[in-house]
Design a binder for this molecule. Structure first.
Ligand code: GLC
Length: 468
């Protein structure tokens, strides 16, 4: 089959998206927890990066092969940006040192503020998609945080009196704003230092986080009570464990969250729990998330990097290295199959560049066919978000309707179908392996994305919810 025929077949699969978008509106109640914060966005150019490198006294030898992955002092922000820029990777460094925050405020500043944290980002997107009611957990909700919520009647949080109220109107004025710096850079941008030129291989970002509440997984008691009683919440979208550190009580905090989650599940028996792994630097915390929270979740979402990270803490270094060298769908498939067996959850979804892949138990609540519909919907919504940057109108999330799946994705899917000797995977997007159902789609890719932050979270939640 030639490429054009294949594209046509996938255009047809994507044709279900308008219908799935309508079905999303029939979902009555969703909750998101735990992390909601404010993102301060700063787009840095290669030239600006070079300027702060020299201003802060770093030399070529400091910039080549940076191995640091956390702050020793505020000016290490520069090393974090340079590391991510030169490798085209995403990292988030967290700190309890307020001097890092002050340095960022004084020396970098920001171009705009927007909603941050997986919980907050998903809440905005799902409310815009007209889910009946979205309740977002906020451990801090001053006016500045409220302003990052969309002005929508179906988007709620708990106010200072412990009552559910429109998130945008809440002002818990004793709370401190939790601002994370998101420093974005573009593919192919360059800077030259002492005669050596560095070129950024992939648009990405470095995140510098000073956030004493989310680092301590501070929870809002009203939200805890809300889910501890039967409330017909259909889906809980869970994340926010990524800033925890072992040295900061992180393991006990995960244990405590697991106990709360069990209580919530007992109270809301039909609720589907999705856990977004998110990039977690601390290995002991990462292990605790995998061992204690994943088995309690029906569904787990991750990207390529997070897959490698999980393999590393599960003594699968060989496979981790193979994927590190060649981050292909074929290699990642082996990892996801391994993970679903080890983590004992019912469904795992990988979102990688150009392709989404779900492996799930045969008796999962939604069939592979339904899941496929969810994934194509997520592809449209997330690429629309990337294309548009800001999302404030329903149309912003549906702009990519009618766009075709990318060649990159089709090639990845073809290679995977060949590897598995499952030709049906290429055309139908579904096959069976080791008693599990596998579904995969080539995604739409946007040429010049205006934003990438929060993409994974949006993909995971929309593909789960739109699979109904
Ligand atoms: C992390 C960051 C947050 C950002 C989010 C995007 O949680 O702390 O600032 O918005 O990732 O996924």
């Amino acid at each position: 089959m030639d490429c054009k025929e294949l594209k046509n077949i996938w255009d047809e699969r994507y044709a279900v998206v308008p219908q799935q978008l309508e079905k999303l509106k029939t979902i009555n109640s969703v909750a998101t927890a735990f992390n909601t914060n404010i993102d301060a966005i700063y787009k840095i150019s290669g030239e600006q990066l070079k300027k702060i490198i020299t201003e802060n006294g770093f030399t070529l030898s400091d910039i080549e092969n940076i191995s640091l992955s956390g702050f020793r002092e505020p000016r290490d922000v520069v090393l974090g940006i340079a590391k991510c820029f030169c490798r085209g990777i995403a990292e988030e460094w967290v700190t309890e040192d307020i001097s890092v925050y002050n340095w960022l405020n004084d020396k970098i500043g920001y171009q705009r503020l927007q909603m941050g944290g997986q919980g907050g980002i998903i809440a905005n997107a799902l409310a815009l998609l007209q889910i009946g009611q979205v309740v977002a957990h906020t451990n801090s909700h001053p006016k500045l945080q409220a302003e990052q919520f969309l002005d929508l009647d179906n988007l709620l949080s708990f106010d200072e009196n412990g009552k559910l109220a429109k998130s945008v109107n809440i002002a818990r004025n004793n709370d401190i704003p939790l601002i994370h710096w998101i420093i974005e850079f573009d593919k192919n941008d360059t800077f030259t230092l002492e005669g050596k030129t560095f070129t950024c291989p992939k648009s990405n970002r470095f995140i510098a986080t000073y956030d004493p509440l989310n680092m301590n997984l501070v929870m809002n008691e009203d939200f805890i009570s809300y889910l501890s009683t039967p409330n017909n919440v259909e889906y809980l979208l869970l994340s926010g464990f990524n800033p925890l550190l072992e040295s900061n009580n992180g393991i006990a905090l995960v244990d405590n969250a697991a106990k709360i989650l069990e209580k919530w599940k007992t109270a809301n028996k039909d609720m589907i729990v999705h856990l977004e792994i998110a990039s977690t630097q601390d290995k002991a915390v990462r292990k605790a998330i995998a061992q204690k929270l994943a088995p309690l979740s029906h569904s787990v979402g991750l990207n390529e990097r997070e897959t490698i990270d999980l393999l590393e803490i599960m003594d699968k270094n060989d496979l981790a290295q193979v994927i590190e060298k060649d981050t292909s769908a074929c290699n990642l498939f082996d990892a996801v199959l391994y993970l679903i067996k080890e983590l004992r959850c019912q469904r795992i979804q990988l979102h990688m560049f150009g392709l989404y892949l779900t492996i799930q138990n045969k008796d999962f609540r939604y069939s592979a066919e339904q899941n496929l519909k969810g994934m194509v919907t997520a592809s449209v919504v997330s690429s629309s978000k990337a294309y548009n940057g800001e999302i404030t109108e329903y149309e912003h999330l549906t702009k990519a309707l009618g766009m075709s799946a990318s060649d990159i994705g089709l090639n990845e899917l073809k290679a995977l179908a060949d590897k598995l000797s499952k030709p049906e995977l290429l055309e139908k997007g579904i096959c069976e392996v080791d008693g599990y159902t596998v579904s995969a789609i080539p995604t739409i890719l946007v040429d010049k994305p205006k934003t990438l932050v929060g993409m994974g979270d949006t993909i995971s939640s929309v593909s789960l919810l739109a699979g109904l």
